[in-house]
Design a protein around this ligand. Structure first.
Ligand code: NDP
Length: 274
């Protein structure tokens, strides 16, 4: 496994780890994103629904890092789904991000009766080379099967909730078979696993934190990971996961903590423009 990048089905290199910037508290993302980019982060995960694309765009400029060296993901919001409305939403996202292309554009959630039209818009944007890769988020196997029957281009990424209490085995196997790169949201289960005895024991063995063990487990399990931290120390701690390896036994042991337990679904309506 290449330690820094995974390679998507279309050959695009995607960093194994990036910074998630969703914050229910509406913290400003500009300084944290700038700091992350200036200190080794190669990838930023935002969404129209997070209402901070502008801040991410500003941070990219202020960071001084070359655009080509940054992997930027955003997502079409549920209320923008549909063919024409997605094309319009994409242009607004690009403008807010102050970019002339995106690295990855995702359908944020499946929306009954809309996602297929949305996907056609994503295919169009991909063909026009306005985005280097396209994918989905929160799609279960049934959603992916439905999309497969209408899509010309299959999704390259599926971003889903994934952590040691939710290991998504069937979905993960399906995605591997279909060359869809899995990506973990809320990989740290929002900090709820920090005191887990098994994780503490494994962390102690490697002289690492529980967060570092979980994030390392993500990438060794084949999941791109996007932990959110706006705290400089925790942000760098999360990024420092490329200098140790979990044994196969440890990877399996962490996977066995699965409880199929999901976090409460975030109320995205709170984050949409009126
Ligand atoms: P995470 O599992 O990444 O947890 C974030 C929380 O953990 C924050 O409160 C953070 O606080 C804390 N934290 C971060 N690092 C550490 C550490 N090393 N030790 C202790 N605590 C830590 O949850 P998120 O829900 O934020 O998920 C990550 C990203 O996934 C989002 O930001 C977003 O980009 C994406 N996402 C996508 C969704 C989708 O539907 N596609 C849904 C939800 C999230 P602090 O900032 O103070 O460090």
């Amino acid at each position: 496994m290449n330690d820094t990048f995974t390679v998507l089905r279309n050959g695009v290199k995607m960093p194994w780890m990036g910074l998630g910037v969703w914050t229910a508290e509406r913290e400003d993302a500009t300084e944290p994103v700038k700091y992350a980019l200036q200190n080794g982060y190669l990838s930023i995960d935002t969404a129209t629904a997070y209402r901070n694309e502008n801040q991410v765009g500003q941070a990219i400029i202020e960071s001084g890092v070359n655009r080509e060296n940054i992997f930027v993901t955003t997502k079409v919001a549920n209320g923008d789904q549909g063919y024409k409305s997605t094309l319009t939403a994409f242009n607004k996202s690009l403008e807010a991000l102050k970019l002339d292309y995106l690295d990855l554009y995702l359908i944020h959630w499946p929306v009954e009766g809309k996602s297929h039209e949305t996907w056609k818009a994503l295919e169009e944007l991909y063909i026009q080379k306005k985005v280097r890769a396209i994918g989905v988020s929160n799609f279960e196997i049934a959603d992916l099967e439905q999309l497969k029957s209408v899509a010309t281009i299959q999704p390259m990424v599926n971003q889903v909730e994934f952590h040691p209490h939710l290991t998504r085995n069937e979905l993960s196997t399906y995605c591997k078979q279909h060359q869809i790169q899995m990506e973990a949201w809320s990989p740290l289960m929002k900090g709820l696993l920090n005191d887990h005895p098994t994780l503490l024991e494994i962390a102690g063995r490697h002289h690492k934190s529980v967060a570092q063990v979980i994030l390392r487990w993500d990438i060794q399990s084949g999941f791109v990971t996007i932990p959110k931290s706006f705290n400089k120390i925790r942000m760098m701690e999360n990024h420092n996961i490329f200098d140790f390896t979990l044994s196969d036994e440890e990877v399996t042991r962490i996977a066995s903590l699965n409880k199929s337990e999901k976090l409460p679904t975030p109320d995205m309506s709170k984050f949409r423009d009126a």
